[in-house]
Ligand binder design. Sequence first.
Ligand code: F6R
Length: 614
Amino acid sequence: MCGIVGYVGPREATTIVFEGLRRLEYRGYDSAGVATLRGGRILVRRAEGKLSNLEHLLADQPINGHIAIGHTRWATHGAPSQRNAHPHTDCTGEITLIQNGIVENFLSLRQALQAEGHVFSSETDTEVIVHLVEKYVAQGCSLAEAGRRAFAQIKGAHAIVLLSSREPDTLVAARLGNAGGVTVGLGEGEMFLASDIPAILEHTRRMIFLEDRQMAVITPTGPQFFSLDGQAVEKSVTEIPWDPISAAKGTYRHFMQKEIYEQARSITDTLRGRIDFETGVVTLDELNLPPKAVSQIKEMVTVACGTSAYSGLVGKFMIEALARVPVEVDYGSEFRYRDPIVDQHTLVLAITQSGETVDTLAAMEEARQKGARLVSIVNVIGSMAQRISDGVILMHTGPEIGVASTKAFSASLVDQLLLGAYLGQARGTLADQDSRSLAQALAELPELAGRVLQDGYNDYETLAHDFHDREHFLFLGRGINYPIALEGALKLKEISYIHAEGYPAGEMKHGPIALIDESMPVVTIAVQDNVYDKMISQIEQVKARGGIVIAVAHEGDQVVRDKADYVLTIPRSHPLITPILAVLPMQLLAYYLAVRRGCDIDQPRNLAKSVTVE
Ligand code: F6R
């Protein structure tokens, strides 16, 4: 969950590393630190709290050299504090380290190292690694060899970077398991390291990704790669198509705001080249799922976490409708612990924006072991989820920086529609006419999304004014829009800290109806689909108990307008496309309420963008 950056080369290293950290602040923001080498000595600056505290410290006590590492922390062991912030340094002051992950056996290692005379200066699990490295360096090992021996002793998943004054031109990095990525960025006479691509995107687009149990030894002239058993490894370079501008906030106040408003564009990018809008024929080259493989699929299981899991729930409706394959959806964190029934006839679909969510990766591994075919919908190019899948559908939405996922949600819905249509066409369950009408609706989608996002289309300011002081919200939806109610509630609680529950509307009378009173807004998705009449009667039931209804309805729906207290409209579209439009007012409602409450939109408390710990 922590952010990692490294640099070695002729430029001012601390400045480059700090700028990289600024782009990774969404990873963790309870403390941060950098270390560099100057005059043969390691210099470290660490500060509790947000990155701006480290910035002030560096302004007061500048450090600079030509090699540096930096870290933003999301605390696991040890409270957020200056002494627990990374980098951590050994007893000699010659070796320093940053890490992402949890050392599961840190207690026994710490006791053994203390018994050998090592003195610890933090409460973190991380610090044991640097003392282990120190021990092997004292025995005459190079930094890389000492690291390799130390890494063999620690349990758990990790991304680690080492720097030593004994080898002033060398960074040693390692990836053990799924604690987030380690990306080496190739420059000319300079090299970069990062947990996430956006940190170094302005310097290079040529990147190499470490696999599990691989190490990199990096000097300004280039990296060398090894497996953790010491064998040299050949790695290929990936050209990242992302534009550095796409990772910048531009004129927007928040990344989340920017990402909500760019969805008309990102949906276009997701569709581009994948569907013939005349015939409706879908082409998904990277999916690597030829017709013969499609014919062997008996069922699908979607694994994902958080917003991506809700996307999977919407996708279930899409894929079952188009391809007539049963789809089960499970949280990554649950799937692996229930001995799931999957085999070679199961297509397992992982949905993950980051491609590094540890629970989703673990679920993928579980499915792989059971012989399932593995495909993924991923945004981050070169991420672990992409690399371990048999096939992939990239979201093509550009970097998503806001901690609350928005444009990746809509992109993954579009991808699942394309997947459903692709499978339906291969299985013969989707008539040509139906393919064509879906394609026509998809062709119109960017424009319709753009309309919902236009200034003044819906009045969120009034809603924010009227409801910013409420403590509870209920979100109701039915059928394909039920997961949109879940997503609306999740968005609201994570960025505004208002308690919100999403519920299948028909279940309201079985419990949540007891909560309804004049103080709790009930957001209902009441679009004109096959459950419209049922949703109207839910609205009646809420109103009969004095509740306040904020309805998401189709343009021109006077029935809803007459019954609801507030209406957020969306244009009419194909029923399978409606959720992609219905989620936009949910995102904007959460955003405006959170802004009005003065919340920290892009860095909501306790959250981090890539969840790389269990
Ligand atoms: C919520 C949110 C999270 C993520 C979840 C999975 O707004 O962003 O719930 O959706 O942590 O992340 P990915 O998709 O990267 O696997």
